[in-house]
Design a protein around this ligand. Structure first.
Ligand code: NAP
Length: 248
């Protein structure tokens, strides 16, 4: 039977790479993001190229109304990819708290609520897979964005253990810097990031899907980032914090 995947943030960057990779593997898709025209263009392109069924849901996942629309679309999916995300410029304490609350809703509340909806169906069916897109930032104390991603990592590690016997796996993807419009959107300065740290979105997704098939709890694409994650998790936290502070 054809498998169906729901991908949030599917019109750009990593989410778009997931949508293309899954369509090439024969998945029907439900694509969620805000810009309806862009969603429709991506859906048309993918369904024409791969001959799969693509449904679109235009929803702002930081809003209660938008999230409810996405939850309704979770019905019957085999794979959920919580990918949509963004960041706001400036360090917490200097930013607008309303914007921070909206970020929390997008980065934490939305994946939590979508995971809950998908998990309950998957457990009762005895099968299903979830990918939560976190970040290497989760392993360092570096402001609100890193804290949101650390929340996803911690929950995902537990979920993968807790529901393994129910036929449901949860893989948390932690990419390093991926070359896409994400950094432009947050007006981030990226000139000082060494070339070896940049990753290609298609390769990140290919690694994540391999790890998903193996039921791995954590997916850290590339050996160099795996090594950095080991360092960040084993070196004294004071040292890790000082190194992280020197970054952007
Ligand atoms: N790029 C990196 O270096 C990097 C590294 C590690 C982790 N990540 C994580 O990877 C994920 C994807 O990032 P990306 O770099 O691929 O970002 P991106 O290229 O900026 O794409 C973000 C996607 O999310 C959608 N989106 C943004 N805000 C949304 C909202 N409020 N409601 C619904 N959809 C929304 C966007 O579409 P609309 O604007 O139309 O809504 C777009 O489809 C994020 O969770 C990010 O934190 C990225």
């Amino acid at each position: 039977m054809t498998q169906r995947a729901l991908v949030t943030g599917a019109t750009a960057g990593i989410g778009h790479a997931f949508a293309r990779a899954l369509a090439s593997r024969g998945y029907d898709l439900v694509l969620v993001s805000r810009d309806l025209a862009r969603l429709q263009a991506v859906a048309d392109q993918i369904s024409t190229k791969h001959g799969v069924e693509v449904t679109v849901v235009s929803a702002d996942l930081s809003s209660h109304v938008g999230l409810a629309k996405a939850v309704a679309a979770v019905d019957g999916i085999d794979l959920l990819i919580n990918n949509a995300g963004s960041s706001i410029a400036g360090w917490f304490g200097k930013t607008d708290i309303a914007a921070e609350e909206s970020q929390l809703d997008l980065m934490v509340r939305a994946p939590m609520v979508l995971t809950d909806a998908a998990l309950k169906q998957m457990v009762s069916r005895g099968s299903g897979k979830i990918i939560n897109v976190a970040s290497m930032a989760a392993f360092t104390p570096r402001g609100i964005y890193a804290a949101h991603k650390a929340w996803l990592v911690n929950l995902g590690l537990w979920l993968n253990l807790q529901y393994a016997d129910s036929g449901v796996t949860v893989t948390t993807l932690c990419p390093g810097f991926v070359h896409i419009e994400f950094h432009q959107r947050m007006n981030a300065k990226t000139d000082d990031i060494p070339r070896w740290m940049w990753l290609d979105a298609d390769k990140v997704v290919a690694a994540a899907l391999r790890d998903l098939e193996r039921g791995k709890a954590l997916s850290i694409p590339t050996a160099r980032y795996k090594a950095l994650a080991v360092l960040a998790r084993t070196l004294p936290i004071g040292l890790v914090s000082r190194v992280a502070k020197k970054g952007r």
